[in-house]
Each structure stands twice: as C-alpha cells, then as structure tokens.
Design a protein around this ligand. Sequence first.
Ligand code: HEM
Ligand code: HEM
Length: 191
Amino acid sequence: MSKPANHLFTSTQTVKEVNKWSPLIRLLHWGTVLLMAITWTFLLLHRQVGEPSGNFNYIAIHKAIGTLTFGWMLVHAVSYLFAKKPSYAQLHMPNWQILVAKLVHVVLLLLLLAMPLAGILMTMYGGRPISMFGLFNMPVFVTPDPATAKFWYGLHTGIFWTAILTTLAIHVGAVIYHMVIKKDNVLKRMG
Ligand code: HEM
Ligand code: HEM
C-alpha cells in the first residue's frame, strides 16, 4: 500500500512522536523567559551603567516591562491551569522527579506573579505612578505609605528574587541533566 504523500519519514525510520506542550504554553513559556531577560537587563543597566541624562530611563523600562510581565504571567498561569499536560512516560522518570518538576513549575509561576506585583505595590505605596513607556501612566491606586512601600521593596529585592534564582537553578539544572546525562527529549517538549 502506498504511503500518504505528506509523510515526512521513510518507512525504514522508526519515529516516535515527542509529547509536547501546547503551542500556547510554548509561546507563553519562551515569552516569559524573554520578558525576564529584558527586565533583568534594564535593571543591570540601571545598576551598573547608571541612568543616562534626559527622559530615557533604564529603571522606568524595568518597571514598564515588569508591569507587562505581570499581565503576561496572569495569562500564563491561567493557561497552565487549564493546559493538557504532556505525559512523562517517555522520559522514564521516577515518580518523585515528576512531582518535583511539577512543583517547580507551579512555584515558578507563583513567584513570577508575586515578583512584579511586589514591584508595582512598592512603587504605588511609594506614591509614584508607573509610566508605561511614556505612553500613559498607571495612576497611584493606593494611599501612599512609606512603611508598606518598604515592606514590598524588601520582598521584591530580597526573598522573592532569591527564591526565583534558586527555583530557576533547579529548573534549568534539571533540563541540563536530562540533556547531558539522560540524553532524552525534554527540551523538545517545549520546543
Ligand atoms: C518579573 C518582573 C520583575 C523582575 C524579575 C524584577 C527584578 C528585580 C530585581 C532583581 C531587582 C534588584 C534586587 C537587588 O539586587 O536589590 C529589582 C529592583 C527594582 N525593581 Fe524590579 N523586577 C520586576 C518587576 C518590577 C516592577 C513591575 C516594578 C515597578 C513597577 C519594579 C521596580 C523595581 C525598582 C524600583 C527596583 C529598585 C531599583 C534600585 O534599587 O535602584 N520591578 N527588580
Ligand atoms: C524565566 C525562566 C523560566 C521560567 C519562569 C520557566 C517556567 C516553566 C514552567 C512554568 C514550565 C511548565 C510549562 C509552562 O507553563 O510553561 C516549564 C517547563 C519547561 N521549561 Fe521552563 N522556565 C524558565 C526557563 C527555562 C529555560 C532557560 C529552559 C531551557 C534551558 C527551560 C526549559 C523548560 C522545559 C524543557 C520545560 C518542559 C519540562 C517538562 O515537560 O517537564 N525553561 N518552565
């Protein structure tokens, strides 16, 4: 019997489809990585290079992209909740590793909601509106209070950031372990 014309592989190859996350989750995942990288780069410029004179301001871009990240993460977290999760059967992982992987995903989603929220709240309680790329301002929607601003600042620059770095190290470390030691298809699930 002839093969369908659009068959991509010859009959001599044994092809096993990789279980993938949905296109929406893949878009949200790599979009999150990109947003994080941009947010962090502008913080680094603010800290290491120093603010240029004039209207352009690195920390303002950090705040604006960070605020966008909050909206992005809301969509990401809700989509994750309803997403069809690909089975782990192909990766031959012990149950405890599957559990840790899922836990790390949920914790990352929660932390990346908490981080920009803390940034927004510390700015608002500091009595400063957030300029969205100079296009419009997000007005102060709380009664400014220096002590509360300090509380959120502490979380933003302290606990939350440390927790994100730790959880990410586990997440990316696990991916590297799968690629280098187990030599499996873990990255293709998200590719
Ligand atoms: C996912 C989003 C965000 C990430 C990953 C992030 C990350 C960070 C980090 C790592 C720091 C510096 C911590 C330190 O070493 O002291 C920081 C500082 C800061 N962030 Fe964010 N941030 C985000 C969103 C926001 C948002 C939404 C705002 C405000 C609207 C904001 C405002 C600030 C400010 C004002 C600082 C202090 C800068 C300084 O001390 O000079 N961030 N952020
Ligand atoms: C800001 C950084 C990152 C965050 C917040 C993050 C978060 C997540 C989350 C929440 C998931 C579950 C699916 C989803 O909802 O997207 C996931 C899966 C995955 N991530 Fe990341 N990730 C980050 C960086 C990376 C990087 C740098 C890599 C590659 C080295 C990577 C590789 C993967 C892979 C392969 C999966 C699928 C794992 C599985 O099916 O169990 N991630 N990630």
